[in-house]
Design a protein around this ligand. Structure first.
Ligand code: C5P
Length: 291
């Protein structure tokens, strides 16, 4: 292998219902996920020295066994592969944002190394993905999926394809990270209620009915995370005043999003937010949703 470059896309939870806690400490989930056109770029290169070497554009990210990319590489190649592997990660997906950036990086690592080193382990990849983290099995598949169990039971939702993306997302990315394990703890403490089903959302996506899609988005973390994270609470309140709509949380945050079938509408909202939101510091991205 000389050099292989692969993009790892951000995940968006259009629907995320947390159900009861299980004996193993995880929670039963029911999610509808899609991918947004915002990605990290991974570059894989063989190296003469044995071992796994990771480099990352974001200096806050650990480069050792705590990195999900390192875990993915070591599960496939062992801790000290010979020839070694050098993996460069250019981060564009914010960390701790609920956009599954680390999971997506890990999934791309599994897929790419399996292919470029001709390991023939295609059938093992879902199981290895689940060992790395609950969101990694989805990232292996990508696109529009219903994900249940701990997150590892994936069902691809096939809908009629169009050549052009028709649904777009404005991502509101405050510079705060939310620890997922804490968010589950807050939910447990508050008590998990009766949760709705994603059927109305799936029906709306099939019909491309943007109004119905917006009305049927759901996230169980929404109320607890808004309560505990002042930055998120503030952004929601400002958006309610400015545009009369609240954004939706992805995962347990901190990323929030608005959907539209008109890119122009999203750039207008972004400009109004840039002018009207004095705190916290936010990055904005407009991207197509990939089904
Ligand atoms: O699997 P992953 O490492 O991504 O999960 C991080 C944490 O989120 C877990 O340790 C657990 O506390 C919580 N979690 C959960 N139920 C899930 C997925 C994650 O309680 N289905």
């Amino acid at each position: 292998m000389t050099e292989t470059i692969a993009e790892a896309y951000a995940k968006l939870n259009l629907f995320l219902a947390v159900r009861e806690a299980r004996p193993d400490g995880y929670h039963e989930l029911d999610m509808v996920n899609a991918e947004a056109g915002l990605s990290d770029r991974l570059t894989f290169r063989d190296r003469v020295v044995p071992g796994i070497e990771i480099r990352c554009s974001d200096k806050r990210i650990p480069l050792d066994h705590r990195n999900l990319v390192w875990k993915a590489a070591s599960l496939l190649l062992g801790d000290r592969p010979d020839p070694g592997i050098d993996i460069k990660i250019e981060k564009r997906i914010p960390v701790g944002a609920g956009l599954g950036g680390g999971s997506s990086d890990a999934a791309v690592t599994l897929r790419t190394l399996n292919q470029v080193r001709s390991l023939g382990r295609d059938r093992d990849l879902p199981e290895l993905a689940a060992q790395i983290g609950s969101d990694v099995p989805y990232s292996l598949v990508g696109g529009l999926c219903r994900c249940r169990g701990r997150g590892e039971q994936i069902e691809r939702i096939e809908i009629p394809q169009s050549s052009e993306p028709w649904l777009h997302v404005l991502l509101i990315l405050p510079n705060v990270a939310v620890r997922t394990a804490y968010a589950y703890k807050w939910l447990d403490e508050r008590g998990i209620g009766n949760e709705c089903q994603p059927s109305a959302l799936l029906d709306a996506i099939e019909k491309r009915n943007i109004g119905q899609i917006r009305d049927s988005l759901h996230n169980s973390f929404d109320s607890v995370v808004s309560e505990w994270v002042p930055q998120i609470k503030h952004i929601k309140a400002v958006m309610k005043t400015l545009i009369g709509r609240e954004p939706q949380l992805s995962g347990s945050g901190s990323a929030m999003f608005l959907l539209s079938d008109q890119v122009g509408e999203l750039s207008e909202v972004r400009d109004r937010l840039r002018d009207g939101l004095d705190w916290p510091l936010c990055r904005f991205e407009i991207a197509p949703l990939m089904f």
